[in-house]
Design a protein around this ligand. Structure first.
Ligand code: 3PG
Ligand code: MG
Length: 384
């Protein structure tokens, strides 16, 4: 790949694809790790005298429709504060915007544009026309072949990798090349369908695969347990059953249940075979977390993506809290990634004791799985 470092940026229109897909809570940025991770690249480009246009997606809005819940405007304010300089927000930018050297413009959510997700050629060419130099620094979106991650890199006059993208690939590649064993992966969270397929191939590589959140519920269901009203995916039951059959997936033995999905719902710990039809499983129980902690303490490498429970609710945070502290305390080489995971790491204040924190969620897992990241592949092709 061509690297941003090796490209002259002064006076150029430089379009950087960022991943500013930060967790939002009622319009407020719940965790700004991805913004902070982008700062060194932005500062370098500005110092070089570039005219900077920053592109990102936020969430998964319906294409072709503006929806204020997915606006990047608050990210522009946050970036201005972090950079101590004005980051101008542009709502309407596809036709180009007025820029001077050293200006920083953040463009509204690329996913409001029809054709983004389908990597539409017309849209890709229009995006590419905005750039003298295209920089991809969005490791966390590198698993998506979309107009702002792939097509633009195809058609821009020059396409290169930003420092964050490069350092993620270097760090994770080094960490995973020859992991100290046992290798334990923890995969949790709510995005069940986007992760279960990955779990299948991860299970062949790791010594233990700990599942949590909605994913664990699907496994429990596959094992024949009542899970009441818990989040799960019927169509993934067969996959879960197959993974269970090969024996490397320890199931929860006790769980924390509530009757409603809110921060005030009373909860109780029950054995996994005592969940009732009107229960919702919202965390793992103390016996389960003790067993998981033992696996982590004896691991050589720990890979963590996704919380074990609804850690945003105090009464459902224990599993994820103990997990975070156990990983931090262990001597294993630990790598963690994913928006929710980073939020948990921040909440439980263990960031400085995790060996490497990736900004990627899905991209982090696909990399782990050995898949080619399309947004990286196109940069390699452009350099060939
Ligand atoms: C992520 O958070 O995983 C990336 O920003 C990609 O978002 P997506 O899963 O909606 O494509
Ligand atoms: Mg994702």
């Amino acid at each position: 790949m061509l690297k941003m470092h090796d490209v002259a940026l002064g006076g150029k229109r430089v379009v950087i694809r960022e991943d500013f897909n930060v967790p939002m809570n009622d319009g407020v940025i719940a965790d700004d790790t991805r913004l902070r991770a982008a700062l060194p690249t932005i500062k370098q480009a500005v110092a070089a005298g570039a005219q900077l246009m920053l592109l990102s997606h936020l969430g998964r809005p319906t294409e072709g429709e503006f929806d204020p819940r997915y606006s990047l405007e608050s990210v522009a304010h946050a970036l201005s504060q972090l950079l101590h300089r004005n980051v101008r927000f542009e709502f309407d930018w596809l036709g180009g915007v007025e820029m001077r050297d050293g200006d920083i413009v953040l463009c509204e959510n690329v996913r409001f544009l029809a054709g983004e997700k389908a990597n539409d050629e017309n849209l890709s060419r229009r995006l590419a026309a905005l750039a003298d130099v295209f920089v991809n620094d969005a490791f966390a979106t590198a698993h998506r072949a979309q107009a702002s991650t792939y097509g633009i890199a195809q058609f821009a006059p020059l396409a290169c990798a930003g420092p964050l993208l490069t350092s993620e690939l270097d760090a994770l590649g080094t960490a995973l090349h020859n992991p100290a064993r046992p290798l334990v992966a923890i995969v949790g969270g709510a995005k069940v369908s986007t992760k279960l397929a990955l779990l299948e191939s991860l299970s062949a590589k790791v010594d233990r695969l700990i599942v949590g959140g909605g994913i664990a519920n699907t496994f429990l269901r596959a094992a024949g347990f009542e899970i009441g009203n818990s989040l799960y995916e019927q169509e993934m039951i067969e996959t879960a059953a197959r993974l269970l059959a090969n024996g490397s997936v320890p199931l929860p033995t006790d769980v924390v249940c509530g009757k409603a999905f809110n921060a005030a719902t009373p909860t109780r710990v029950v054995a996994v075979d005592a969940v009732m039809a009107d229960d919702m499983i919202m965390d793992v129980g103390p016996q389960t977390i003790a067993a998981f902690a033992e696996l982590i303490r004896t691991a050589g490498t720990v890979v963590w993506n996704g919380p074990l429970g609804v850690f945003e609710f105090d009464q459902c945070a224990n599993g994820t809290r103990v997990l975070a502290h156990t990983i931090a305390d262990s001597s294993a080489f630990s790598i963690a990634g994913g928006g929710d995971t980073i939020a948990a790491i921040t909440q439980f204040d263990v960031a400085d004791r995790i060996s490497y924190i990736s900004t990627g969620g899905g991209a982090f897992l696909e990399f782990l799985e050995g898949k080619t990241l399309p947004a990286v592949a196109i940069l390699e092709q452009r350099a060939a």
